[in-house]
Each structure stands twice: as C-alpha cells, then as structure tokens.
Design a protein around this ligand. Structure first.
Ligand SMILES: Cc1cc2nc3c(=O)[nH]c(=O)nc-3n(C[C@H](O)[C@H](O)[C@H](O)COP(=O)(O)OP(=O)(O)OC[C@H]3O[C@@H](n4cnc5c(N)ncnc54)[C@H](O)[C@@H]3O)c2cc1C
Length: 392
C-alpha cells in the first residue's frame, strides 16, 4: 500500500485569508438562518452550495487533484468558524475529508485520480461507514461481510450512524473479508436506494440536525475488486487505515467543540456586561465573573491542545495520543461552557429565541462521536504508558 500524508505546511497569511473568508461568510449567510434550519431539521442546500464554491470540500486535498492543498491547521481553523456558526456545517465536510484523506494516504493512483477531482468540488460527497448497530466502540466486532466472487466483492450487512450517507456518492466502508477488515470505496448515486444498498432508517437526533445520519443495509451489493482501498495490497488492512484517518476526525471534533464553546463563551461575556441585576451588570457579581474566567481558560486550553494535535499530525503523520487529548478535553469543555452559558443567560438562555439552547444540544455529540471519551481515555493511557514504559 503506498502512503502519502498531509505533510504540507500552509503559510500563515493564506491560512488567515481563508479563515477570514469563512468567518465573514458565516456572519453574513449562516448566523441569520442557522437556528431556523436546525429547528426545522432542514438540509442547508444553499449553504452547502456556497461551501462548494469556497473550495471547502477539498481543503486538505493536494492541488494536483484540484484541492486547496492546505494543512490541518487551516482545516481546523475553518472547522472552528463553521461550528461557531452552526455545528452541523462542520459535519457536512468531516467524514468527506476522512474519506478523501484515506484516498490520499492509502489509495491507488487510479483511485486518487478518478475520485479526488470529483470530491474536491463537492460533486461527489464522501462519508465514512465504520459503525454498526452492534459495533460502535468495539470496531473489531463488525459483522458486515464482503465475499470475493471473481472480479467482484459481494457485500452484505447493516451499517449504523452513517452521517451524510444518503447524500454521499462515495462510502468509505469497513467490511469483514477473509483476510480481516477491509476498507472499500463504494461508489453510489445519492438517494435512498442504489443497487443492493438501501437507507433503512433516518436517525432522529437531539442536536446536529439538518444533515442526515442514517442506517444503511447492504443486501448482496456488488462492487468491483478495484474498490478495495489501496487495491489488492489493501485487503485486510482497512481497520488500521481507518483508525489512522479517525485521528483527523478526532481533531475535527476538537475544533468543532472549540467553535461551539467560543460561540457560547462570546455570547455569555457580552450578556454578562449588558444584563443588570441588583443595580449592576451581572459580570460584577463574583459568581458570574468566576464562571467567565473558567470558561475563557477552558476555551483557550482546548484551542491550544487542538492546534498542537493538528500540527503534530501534519508534521509526523500520527498523533494518536494528542488527537485523543484534544478531543477529550475540548469536548468536555464545550459541554461545560454550553451549560454555564445557559446559567449566565438565565431564563432567556432556555428559550428558542437565542442559539444557547442549540449549543447545549449540539455539545454532547462531541463526547460521543469519533470514539467516546471513555475510549479516548483508554487510547491516551495506552499511548502514555508505552511512551513512559519503565524497564523492569
Ligand atoms: C450523531 C452521530 C453521528 C455519527 N456518525 C458516524 C459516522 O458518520 N460514521 C460512523 O462510522 N459512525 C458514526 N457514529 C457512531 C459513533 O462513532 C458511535 O456512536 C460511537 O463510537 C460509540 O459507539 P456506540 O454508540 O455503539 O456505543 P457503545 O460502544 O455501545 O458504548 C456505550 C457506552 O459504553 C462505553 N464503553 C464501550 N466500551 C468501553 C470500554 N472498552 N471501556 C469503557 N467504556 C466503554 C462507551 O464509552 C459508552 O459510554 C455517529 C454517532 C452519532 C451519535
């Protein structure tokens, strides 16, 4: 299997230009409509079209395939801006980038040149399908099977929690083959049915609404043998490739958490100066001021951990422990900050007039998605124990 990595380093000026462009777009186009679309659970078609025009479907894809060819620090800066406006928008491109990253790192030349140019424009949307109804944390327990039949594989099984699954044109699918878990790049048309693939359920969610998370059934669906990520060499090596790709997913979750936490913090620090009780702004009450201090500190620490993980992954190709730390800390911080923001806003924080209730519903996803925080702690501890192993 040939290996390429996100080793490019973007100059800070280019990075800030893209971040500023996205920030302005979020202010102008996203903030006015986010809560209404989210409450209606409506897919943000017009916003996604504009994201395509800005090149956001190919941020980290090398320029030779038509992508922006930027580094992970640029990617997380964009994710933070999107999530500060509406977290679901960061979900529209997260598993897409994981699928594209798998192709860049492990795909054959033919796979890269045939799929990536369509992905970077957003014409072909990517998604990741690892989880199953009985295998979420326990990824080694997946039961979806792919059986070789001449020049094809026949895929049978049920996959759960496929974000973007219905609208995707490419599924990075984990399936069990004789040699172990293999990653297939399954091409399909967007929609509820294609060949032997059917969307069997659209999962209702507490937050993270407006984009679909679905269950998909594969009923003897046939794909060419050339759909194996990395070709014949990639057979049986899919789980390792996907788990490495999930590091980028975890860094994405951390950046989203920073975005949601920032929005909640900024709303709170403004409100605390505007709202008066007992003859003074509530920020003058020490109980509220200390909350703001803790929130600001958590937010800063979360951002620094996230940037550190992104930099390390870009420079070395792996950041298992650091991506886990960033995801763990930033997601818990976002949950705390979203809750504290609601306390600071009092009764109005609980209404649908303000986006505080949306941050409060969106934040818990980050403690679960891309590996729960219980699993992150296990991954972090295992990595640290290896790093600090003593000789006996
Ligand atoms: C909105 C949403 C979108 C998602 N999108 C995708 C997607 O696009 N693609 C995809 O493949 N998956 C996706 N997922 C799936 C997600 O990755 C899993 O839900 C997650 O990994 C947890 O798996 P589970 O739900 O099966 O929980 P379980 O694995 O059943 O865990 C239940 C509880 O037990 C704990 N637990 C389990 N094992 C251990 C252990 N060894 N030690 C300590 N505690 C443990 C967990 O931390 C958790 O608290 C999505 C999930 C959600 C909610």
């Amino acid at each position: 299997m040939s290996h390429k990595s996100f080793s490019t380093v973007t100059d800070p000026e280019t990075r800030s230009e893209l971040t500023a462009l996205v920030q302005k777009w979020v202010e102008r186009e996203v903030l006015p409509v986010a809560s209404a679309l989210e409450h209606a659970d409506e897919y943000p078609e017009a916003l996604v079209e504009q994201m395509k025009e800005m090149g956001l479907f190919g941020i980290t894809v090398p320029e030779e395939y038509g992508g922006l060819g930027l580094d992970l620090l640029s990617y997380i800066a964009v994710i933070e801006e999107l999530a500060a406006g509406w977290m679901s928008l960061s979900g529209v491109i997260n598993t897409h980038h994981i699928a594209a990253g798998l192709l860049v790192a492990h795909g054959t030349d033919e796979q890269r040149s045939s799929l990536l140019p369509r992905m970077v424009t957003g014409e072909m949307r990517g998604c990741l399908s690892l989880s199953e109804p009985d295998a979420g944390s326990d990824t080694r327990n997946i039961s979806c099977r792919a059986v070789r039949d001449g020049d094809e594989y026949v895929i049978t099984g049920t996959k759960a929690w496929v974000t973007n699954g219905e609208r995707a044109g490419l599924v990075a699918l984990a399936a069990r083959t004789e040699e172990g878990i293999t990653c297939f790049m399954v091409e399909k048309d967007p929609g509820v049915a294609y060949g032997g693939i059917a969307v069997s359920k659209n999962i209702g969610k507490l937050g993270y609404r407006g984009l679909e998370t679905v269950e998909m059934v594969y009923d003897a669906h046939r794909v060419p043998a050339s759909a194996v990520l990395g070709g014949d060499e990639g057979v049986g090596k899919g789980l390792a490739a996907i788990l490495s790709g999930l590091e980028v997913g975890r860094i994405n979750i951390a950046a989203r958490a920073v975005g949601v936490a920032r929005a909640a913090f900024e709303a709170s620090i403004k409100y605390a100066q505007q709202r008066h009780t007992f003859g003074q702004p509530i920020a003058a009450h020490q109980a509220i001021a200390h909350k703001l201090a803790d929130m600001g500190t958590q937010l800063q620490a979360a951002r620094l951990l996230t940037e550190h993980a992104a930099r390390l992954r870009a420079e070395t190709g792996r950041a298992e422990v650091e991506a886990g730390m960033a995801k763990l800390f930033a997601s818990e911080a976002a949950l705390d900050i979203a809750t504290e923001a609601m306390r600071i806003h009092g009764g109005v924080g609980y209404t649908t007039d303000l986006p505080l209730e949306r941050y409060f519903r969106d934040a818990p996803l980050m403690i679960i998605g891309e590996g729960t925080n219980e699993i992150q702690r296990t991954v972090i501890a295992r990595g640290l124990l290896k790093r600090y192993a003593i000789e006996e």
